[in-house]
Design a protein around this ligand. Structure first.
Ligand code: ADP
Ligand code: MG
Length: 598
């Protein structure tokens, strides 16, 4: 079983990078490009400053050299940016590819009961679909951009300190105050804008309302009423928008004032230090151009925190899928064919801890024995099949296969011995061939043709223009219920398993189709053991042994003949379904196979 440690967790994004086996050299290349690009940018500004300083002392050649360096450097930056973008694309896409593959494997090996309890399938698909997409766009889009800006900020801070630590200190004192002021002003701007667009939306609703109910509007001749409602909404929207525009423009102006004030104060300090001889004109130019990067970076801190939070919660949701526990798996794969195929001893089970669905059930199936499970709907028959398939694990009692406890079995080896035909014939997307051959990778076309002949499907299939290679449509939409069911029976036939599990296979079919499907089933069941779950007793005419279920308990068991003679639950069911009457109880003939119990 896979280790699931849901409580002790690393930062989810880091964990996802690890789980998805991210290409670390790709990340290192991204960081390298980003850092180098930032240094190049800062160095370019520095060269510009040096060019101005050289010019101011009439050193033309030196000034020209600095200027040329400042012009050439950004080319290098552009090449690095191309390399960085490519690395981001490749690293992130391969990361998300591996996460998708890993999640799919987890789901295929998942413990069904956990999946059912903790994650509905719709939820899982939204995690693997939209959550992964969103995380991908945050990590490869916003996040890497933010990361680049932050690196640029740190490099620029370093360069600012290098150019003039006095000016840097003054600037870093002004900066938080101005960012705080700008944020305070920006908040109401977006609030007013949202309000205005909500109002416009409300007026659109009236128009949509009218269009979608156009027949009602026309038949009631309600134009005037609709018009009045629309005019009222549009006027309100207009008022709200103009009011918001007015306030927004004032706030924008204020924002500009704060920004100008910030630059103004910076200028004041620059001139002061210039007068003192602590810095040069070139330093001021460098400083002002670098301070733009610093301001941009600090202004984004809030945004980074938000992006990090949403990326973390998305990563957490995806990790929860990857952490779904696997099935209990043992190592044993050798069977002792002298022992009963399946044996349940005092087995109890509940889908949740509150309610037991099976209570102390004991069942045995020997080689080539046909065992019927009957009982009213909800009595626990399908649950027995699910426990035998090990989709769920019993809470009490023992289940053995070929004399060995279920827990010891390697599930793959164990399930090779069973073929399940469920009530709902489920087809996969693909051709009839794909669906019959499903799970039997080595079977040939001849095998598939033989199986479809045995289930009486060949006449239909060979008459199709695409033959075996005809697409079944979405989940078999182009086939009838009986045809789908026979494809599932052919699939089970090719599996050549020793034990066939039939869960109300014919109960959804009409009488005529049921007859056809029953003939296919007879071929499938010949010389094999079977557990046949049925509500309609006519479908278990040939069973050797019966277990009658009521509210999760076996209330009667024995050969059909013996049960009829007991005149209990089974006898009553036969009478109710018109198979026998009080005068004539001959319907069942006991088979040869000896019952395991009794
Ligand atoms: P049967 O096949 O005899 O009609 P089931 O074995 O399907 O009965 O169901 C037995 C009981 O278990 C029913 O009460 C049913 O509501 C409940 N049950 C079946 N499947 C689930 C499930 N996946 N989760 C919770 N309860 C279930
Ligand atoms: Mg059932």
């Amino acid at each position: 079983m896979k280790d699931t440690n849901l409580t002790k967790r690393k930062q989810p994004i880091l964990r996802l990078l690890q789980l998805g086996s991210v290409k670390w050299y790709g990340l290192i290349l991204i960081i390298f490009c980003s850092v180098t690009r930032s240094i190049i940018k800062a160095f370019t500004s520095y060269q510009l400053g040096a060019a101005i300083d050289a010019l101011s002392v009439q050193e033309l050649i030196s000034s020209f050299t600095h200027l040329m360096i400042a012009i050439v450097l950004p080319f290098g930056g552009s090449i690095l940016m191309a390399v960085e973008n490519r690395s981001i694309g490749v690293t992130m896409e391969s990361l998300f590819l591996s996460i998708r593959l890993r999640s799919f494997t987890t789901l295929a090996e998942a413990d069904v009961s956990y999946l059912e309890r903790e994650m509905r399938s719709g939820d899982v698909s939204s995690r693997l679909n939209s959550d992964l997409e969103n995380l991908n766009s945050i990590l490869s889009g916003q996040f890497t951009w933010l990361f680049t800006v932050l690196i640029q900020t740190f490099v620029s801070v370093g360069f600012c300190m290098f150019v003039s630590w006095q000016l840097s200190i003054a600037y870093f004192l002004i900066l938080p105050i101005s960012i705080w002021g700008i944020q305070k002003i920006s908040k109401p701007i977006s609030r007013y804008q949202t309000k205005a667009s909500e109002r416009t939306g409300a007026s659109m609703n009236v128009a949509v309302d009218m269009l979608s109910n156009i027949f009602v509007v026309k038949s009631f001749h309600a134009y005037d009423e609709m018009n009045a409602r629309y005019t009222q909404e549009v006027n309100l929207a207009y008022k709200e928008t103009t009011r918001s525009n007015k306030i927004v423009s004032i706030l924008m102006a204020l924002k500009l004032v704060v920004s100008i004030m910030q630059v103004g104060i910076l200028f004041y300090f620059s001139l002061y230090y210039l007068k003192q001889g602590l810095i040069t004109v070139g330093d001021i130019v460098v400083f002002i151009s670098l301070s733009t990067y610093v301001r941009e970076g600090f202004g984004l801190i809030d945004y980074v925190a938000r992006a990090l939070r949403s990326a973390s919660s998305l990563a957490e949701r995806i990790i929860q899928v990857i952490d779904i526990p696997g099935e209990q798996d043992g190592k044993d794969n050798k069977k002792d064919s002298t022992k009963p195929l399946v044996s349940l001893q005092n087995v109890s089970f509940g889908y949740d801890t509150m309610q037991e669905v099976l209570k102390g059930v004991s069942i045995q199936v020997r080689d080539k024995q046909k065992v019927g499970l009957i009982g009213h709907s909800g009595s626990g028959k399908s649950t027995v099949i699910r426990l035998i398939c090990r989709f769920y694990i019993q809470t009490k009692g023992e289940i053995e296969f070929y004399g060995k406890p279920a827990e010891c079995w390697d599930l793959c080896a164990l399930r090779k011995n069973f073929a399940l035909v469920p009530q709902e014939p489920f087809l996969f997307q693909g051709t009839i061939f794909d669906n019959i051959a499903y799970g039997n990778a080595n079977c040939s076309e001849a095998d598939v043709i033989r199986a479809s002949k045995e289930v009486g499907l060949w006449d239909f299939v060979s008459g199709l223009s695409g033959g075996l290679y005809t697409h079944v449509g979405d989940y078999g939409a182009q086939l009838s219920g009986g045809q789908k069911q026979r494809i599932c029976i052919a699939r089970a036939m090719l599996k050549n398993a020793q034990l066939i599990l039939l869960d109300e296979v014919t109960s959804a079919l009409d009488t005529k189709t049921e007859e056809v499907v029953k003939k296919s089933l007879d071929k499938l069941l010949a010389n094999r053991a079977a557990i046949i779950v049925a509500h309609k007793l006519s479908t278990i005419q040939d069973v050797d042994y019966l277990y009658c279920f009521s509210d999760g308990e076996v209330i009667e068991h024995g050969t059909p003949k013996k049960l009829l003679s007991q005149k209990g639950y089974f006898y009553q069911m036969c009478i109710k379904q018109g198979l026998i009457s009080e005068e004539n109880t001959i319907y069942w003939e006991d088979g040869d196979a000896e019952a395991g119990k009794d």
